[in-house]
Every structure is written in structure tokens, then in C-alpha cells.
Design a protein around this ligand. Sequence first.
Ligand code: UGA
Length: 463
Amino acid sequence: MARYKEIGLEQFAVGVIGARYVGLATGACLARIGHWVTCVDKDPDLIAELRNGGMPFFEPGLEELVARGKSEGRLSFEDGEALAGVVEDSDAVFIAVGTPQGDDGAPDLSNVAAVARGIGRALAGGRGRENPLVVVNKSTVPVGSGDYVTTLVREGAGDAEVDFRVVSNPEFLREGSAVHDTLFPNRIVVGFDHPEVGEFMRRLYGPIIERSFAQRDEPRGVVPFVATDLASAEMIKYAANAFLAVKISFINEISNLCEITGADVKSVATGIGLDERIGSRFLEAGVGWGGSCFPKDVNALRATARKNGYEPTLLDAAVTTNDHQRELAVTKLERNLHTLEGKRVTLLGLAFKPGTDDLRESPSLWIARVLHARGARVVGYDPVVAAARLSSPDLEVAADPYGALSGAHAAVVVTEWEEVVSLDLRRAAALMSAPRLLVDGRNALDPAAVRASGLTYEGFGHG
Ligand code: UGA
């Protein structure tokens, strides 16, 4: 049972398979707390970029953390060829590869399957450690996949006797604050079916649980460690994202009722959010949720429900409300511009939220597509998504917000970047053409200030 206690080290050798978003943040943070981490990815160009000090995506603070790990010799990068060596030398191997949404809404597990089989093949070649390899699944996989990973590792190992344990360790980091969320999480969730691996995970995350490395101005106190079974850990991941998505859709529905009744959704959100049972966060009404997580995970949970003969009516409704919010942005434009044909509309913010350059399921791209299809000329501006990255027939990308606003009949705040929220509104009004409409899709601006600058203001859920 207590086999890991024999290791006697608080610094472990860890392999992280998949060096994109979750893998890189996990690897860099594990190195930060003292472990020896090798990140492996099958994409040799990505590995070359990381070795050369490049960063494949925009994430505040991650580049510095990766550089620190490399300079301390705790963080290294290898391509897929190195997998066998990493399995041989590691105490734990994290699976942190993508599970994109398949055509039926269910996640495509082919990347997880390929890595699990690869680990099995490597295990069959033998390991330099006595303890069973801990295979930590960080990829978001449907409930029940822990068993699936075990089956695939065995399959990869063929006839060889292999010793490993699968753990589910879901990821709760947010894009834009990945480093902080990983080093200072609200909780660590670990699902397992052998108690000794639960203990191993507690020790692996020891510095994060104890916050022993925290600086003076950083959070203190012990981080709750939720030890549970594999299926529950996997469900916690989906339930957390689905709850937050439902919460946003809930406030958006209330927001629409506020518009009808003359109430103000911001006051309503403040008033309900102060009830500790409700909580004030994720009650911001507007164009709704996007990104690589909420849409995919809510759809995956709906697919799991339907596959098992259960109708997930609440989750379905959350998606319907969310789709409606994007349409509402277009409705507000049409109502004020009368027709979109020939009109110039500026989208302020293209990434699905501030602090990231991720365009996946971004409300901006959906709105651009609809506006373009209805005859509008769409110009987008984003502080980090450059024209070079986004070639779309639906919109042009301007490098500067005022260039984007020049001659526009209307503008929509889709992403509440600081650069967008702090725009010089008088300058914007002077550059725009009548009716100089500003649709505030994130309720991020002060309506009185917008109106005082000569623009027509339309928010969500208030006058
Ligand atoms: C989300 C979760 O918040 C993380 O805990 C989770 O780990 C992650 O998914 C994941 O599964 O990997 P993320 O997608 O990075 O993180 O972004 P959020 O900050 O949660 O925002 C999601 C969307 O909801 C954004 O489009 C945002 O604009 C929107 N949102 C958020 C609202 O419309 N209203 C709000 O009040 C809050």
C-alpha cells in the first residue's frame, strides 16, 4: 500500500505529454514547485520553438515561468521519440492532450488513446523505477474514461506485464490566468482507485496544497484536496464548467427579462450575488460564453446524457439561451441601423475573452459571419489577435481601434479588453458615421459617458 513512501523524495520526475495549453502550464508550474519535468509533444516544430525560447500562444506569465524552469534545469522539451525514455525515468506521466469536439458533440479521444497506447508500449520496454508508473489524466474526457485509459495502456503493452495506476486530475485553469490558477487553485481534485496513488498525488502537489512558495502578497492557507473515485473526478470537471455556463445563461435570461420590464441587470446581479449561496462571479450578462471549454464540455455532457437515454433539459436550455445572446447583438444592430446592407460595423475584441488570443467559439466570429451574410462590411480590432493570424472572408482586421472605427455606423464591444474599455469615446464618435451606435456586448462601459460623448448606447439588460 505505502509503496510511494519509500521514494523518500519530495521532488519527483514527471513527464507531461502534450505541450500545448494545459500541458505547458502544468509542466511549467510543476517545475516551479521543484519537480523535474519533461514536456513531450509529437509536434517537433512546437518543441523546437519551446526549446528556442518561443511561446506558441499568448498567456500572461507563462513565458517567464517556462524560461525559469529551463534555466534551473527543471524543465525540458522532447519530441514524441522521447516518450519511452520519459516513461522509463518518470514517477508520473501526465496526459495533457486535446480532446476536440467530434461531429456528434462527444469529444474525440483519439489523441488520448494514442498517448495511452504509447505509454503502454513504453512500459512494456521496462522502467528504471520500482513504483508503478502513475498515469495522470488531465485531458477532459467523458465520465468513465479512467477505465478506458487503463484498457488502452494495457493494449499498448501487448502481452507484457506492466505496473501502472491511472489517476484522474481535472484541470480548472482559465485562459488568461493559467499560471495563477495552477499555482493557486481553489481546490485540487484527484480521482483514483488505489489509495497509495492518492497519497502520491498529495505529495506531488504538496507545495501547491501548502502554498509553501507563496510570496507575501500571494494567497495563503491550505488548498482543499478532493480525493475521490475516477468517475466522480471526471464528472467534477464537467459539472464545474456546466454549472458556470448555466449560471451565465441564467443571468442572460434575467437580463432579457430586465430589458422587458425596465429593470437593470447589473443591479440585479449585485443584489443576488451578495447572497453567499449564489455568489457574485459569473453573473455578467452580455453576448454569452465562448472559448474552447464551455461549449465543448457542455456539449460533451449533453452527448453523454443522450447516449445513456437521459434528456439534459437544463443544459440544452443553457445552450439555447447562449445562442440567443449572440443573435441579440445582431438584433440590436438591425433595430438601430434598419438594415445591415452596406453598413460598416466594427467589432471591438475578437478573442473569446480578454487575456487570451484564443478565437475558438468566439462570439465575435459568429457575429461577423452573420453580419457579413446580411451585407454589412465588418472590421475587427483586437489587441492581441493580429490580421496575420485571422484570415476570414467575414471581416477585415485593423491594427488600431480608431482605424477600425473610422466610418463605422456601429460598433460592438464583444471582448472587454482594457484597450477597448478605455477607448477615447469622443475620438470614436468623431470618427464614426451616424447613427454612431455602440452595442456594449459585455456591459463594460458607462452608458452615461458613452452617451455624453455623442454615441448612441445599447447595453444588455438595462436602459
Ligand atoms: C473555463 C473555466 O472557467 C475554467 O475553470 C476551466 O478550467 C476552463 O474553462 C477549462 O475547462 O479549461 P475559460 O474558458 O478560460 O475557463 O474562460 P472563462 O473565464 O471561464 O470564460 C468563459 C466564457 O464565459 C468567456 O467567453 C467569457 O466572456 C464568458 N463569461 C464569463 C460571461 O459571459 N459572463 C461571465 O460572467 C463570465
